[in-house]
Design a protein around this ligand. Structure first.
Ligand SMILES: NC(=O)c1ccc[n+]([C@@H]2O[C@H](COP(=O)([O-])OP(=O)(O)OC[C@H]3O[C@@H](n4cnc5c(N)ncnc54)[C@H](OP(=O)(O)O)[C@@H]3O)[C@@H](O)[C@H]2O)c1
Length: 279
């Protein structure tokens, strides 16, 4: 297939691009910067510079790429501008779906988040009702809902609700924001009942999902856990002071039975196997 990876430089995208080229696909990776796409070029992909907030830029990237499928891994949390990230989820997704429709592309795999369900100690499946966590930015859930609805409006739209990403290059990896805050003793766990997923497993799910039927699939590990349990471990692994830990919000973990039915089984079934400071 010819596959456009929107967000080919990100923490998941940079893993997905070489997996796809190694599998023999023609890949076009996007970024707002041509320079950031050098690793994608080295992996055998073509590059396209695109700003997802600009409809003309997205149209041009999709038209030139002539993809059979689009992978949507656009998030923008580098500066922790959560409202800006929500805007990207709404406008960027709208632009990408509109460009796909114009170009006759019906297949899209998009990244969403798993912690959308009403707070509950029991992990939820893909049918959970959206419920806003009072401690999260109020733009988050409407933006996630808008992203999901837009992607699911396509004939072959697949939404992957990712758990909390950990692993090299994520906020939980060494040098990542949450890791650093754990080291400083100022980590705040914002999802009390948490499902993690290792970022390598998340990338494998994205590739597999190109063959999945339309719908929503949770991509989480096998080991839902309360923040009271994982947060002190993170602080300990980062060498921080556990007594300064703040765990304040409620949330909901997720089940991964649907993904297992579809053939995705995490290579890292539990976050406990990879201490946060080593992954
Ligand atoms: N499920 C989760 O737990 C989850 C989800 C998202 C993020 N995070 C955490 O947050 C960290 C930082 O995330 P991040 O948002 O910086 O994601 P990232 O995965 O590092 O990058 C996101 C991708 O989106 C692209 N992008 C952003 N804004 C764009 C725009 N306006 N137009 C076109 N492309 C755009 C970026 O490209 P360029 O910047 O190259 O243009 C990049 O390829 C991650 O490493 C992860 O730890 C976690």
């Amino acid at each position: 297939m010819r596959i456009l990876v929107a967000g080919g430089t990100g923490v998941i995208g940079s893993r997905v691009v070489p997996l796809l080229t190694a599998a023999g696909h023609d890949v076009i990776a996007t970024s707002r910067s041509a320079d950031r796409l050098l690793p994608a070029l080295a992996a055998g992909a073509e590059r396209a510079v695109m700003d997802a907030r600009d409809a003309a830029s997205v149209d041009s990237a999709v038209d030139s790429a002539r993809p059979d499928a689009i992978i949507h891994l656009l998030t923008d949390l580098a500066t922790e501008d959560f409202v800006g990230n929500s805007h990207l989820r709404i406008v960027g997704t709208r632009n990408l779906v509109a460009a796909a429709e114009r170009a006759g592309v019906t297949r899209m795999v998009a990244e969403s988040i798993a912690w959308v369900g009403e707070p509950d100690a029991e992990p939820g499946d893909e049918s959970v009702t959206f419920a806003r966590d009072p401690d999260t930015d109020e733009s988050l859930f409407p933006a996630v809902e808008s992203l999901e609805n837009a992607v699911l409006s396509l004939e072959n739209g697949v939404v992957l609700r990712m758990g909390m990403l950990y692993g090299r290059g994520t906020w939980f990896g060494r040098g990542g924001r949450i890791h650093d805050r754990a080291e400083e003793g100022t980590v705040v766990a914002t999802v009390r009942h948490t499902s993690f997923v290792h970022v390598d497993d998340a990338a494998l799910a994205v590739v597999k999902a190109l063959d999945w039927p339309s719908g929503i699939v949770n991509i989480v590990d096998d080991d839902p856990v309360d923040a009271e349990e994982w947060a002190p471990e993170l602080v300990w692994a980062a060498g921080g002071d556990e007594t300064r830990l703040a765990v304040r919000a409620t949330g909901r973990a997720s089940t991964n039975a649907r993904a297992a039915e579809l053939g995705w089984v995490p290579e890292h079934p539990t976050w406990r196997d990879g201490p946060f400071d080593l992954v």
